[in-house]
Write a protein that binds this ligand. Structure first.
Ligand SMILES: [Zn+2]
Ligand SMILES: [Zn+2]
Length: 275
């Protein structure tokens, strides 16, 4: 594979300070021909970031700077690397309208994008960022009434993200579809969710979405698995869902990390990016 299609930048409030250019140089050094910057889009204005440090995304005031910097790099390195600018957009149930407003505004600037579920609403109406920390995950499991309802809610939200009308610029790729398993070695999977997972892939196929084959989970000490794991990647491949690799790097050194574990798969550069 010649590209990394899920990459963060210095604009992410929970990542390293490495500048976008450092990521570009690392991608070139790796021999890549494609790089997609997919910074966390700012959360909807009326939504309060439930992460303890409220650092889940980029600052809303930095969106222009991010796009401008990306476009300059795009030009500067155009002979060495195809740089795509985009966002990893949160799907938060109940905030579809504001999410669409963001996409309608910045969509015309976006070459690529990912839609992800990180935020879940508990029965008591409070929200949790499910990948923030082991402690927060444990707290979420308590408030949801156990791991089973937490997992169930995750897959329901993922399903809703596929169905949601977010307008013309809705991202075409679905992020890390087994993120709920990030802490699985501390909180073992409560039951078989393969039916729900397969259903997600079937709807993705029907609606024409790409799969973010995300190696970050391999390096999470309580996950140690690609998002999604091998059997689901194989299932997606069999259905003909485009498999698009992403390192989910939050530091320049992470570009392409773990891609050697993806060599069995037929990975694709999204067609719309090859024009
Ligand atoms: Zn992040
Ligand atoms: Zn993510």
């Amino acid at each position: 594979m010649q590209g990394d299609f899920h990459v963060h930048t210095q604009y992410c409030q929970h990542g390293a300070d490495d500048k976008m250019e450092a990521y570009v140089l690392q991608a070139i050094k790796k021999g890549f021909t494609h790089l997609s910057f997919t910074e966390h889009a700012p959360l909807p204005e009326s939504f309060t970031d439930p992460a303890p440090h409220r650092d889940s995304t980029m600052d809303r005031n930095n969106v222009e700077a991010y796009v401008t910097e990306g476009k300059a790099l795009q030009k500067q390195y155009k002979d060495d690397l195809q740089i795509n600018i985009g966002f990893e957009v949160d799907y938060i149930r109940g905030y579809e309208q504001e999410t669409q407003t963001f996409l309608d505004t910045y969509g015309p600037e976006m070459d690529d994008g990912i839609l992800s579920v990180h935020m879940l609403q508990a029965p008591d109406k409070s929200f949790f960022c499910i990948d923030y920390s082991e402690e927060e995950f444990g707290r979420a499991a308590d408030v949801f009434g156990g791991l089973s309802p937490l997992y169930k809610t995750y897959y329901e939200n993922l399903r809703a993200s596929l169905e949601a009308d977010l307008g013309f610029f809705k991202p075409k790729r679905i992020g890390h579809i087994t993120l709920i398993q990030k802490f699985q070695l501390a909180y073992p999977k409560p039951a078989e969710f393969s039916k729900e997972q397969q259903n997600i892939l079937e709807v993705m196929k029907e609606k024409g979405y790409e799969l973010d084959v995300n190696t970050a989970g391999l390096y999470k000490p309580l996950c140690k698995e690609i998002y999604p794991p091998a059997e689901l990647i194989a299932y997606a491949a069999k259905m003909g869902i485009p498999l698009v690799p992403g390192s989910d790097s939050h530091a320049a050194g992470g570009i392409g990390k773990g891609f050697e574990y993806l060599s069995d798969y037929f990975l694709q550069i999204p067609q719309r990016l090859t024009l």
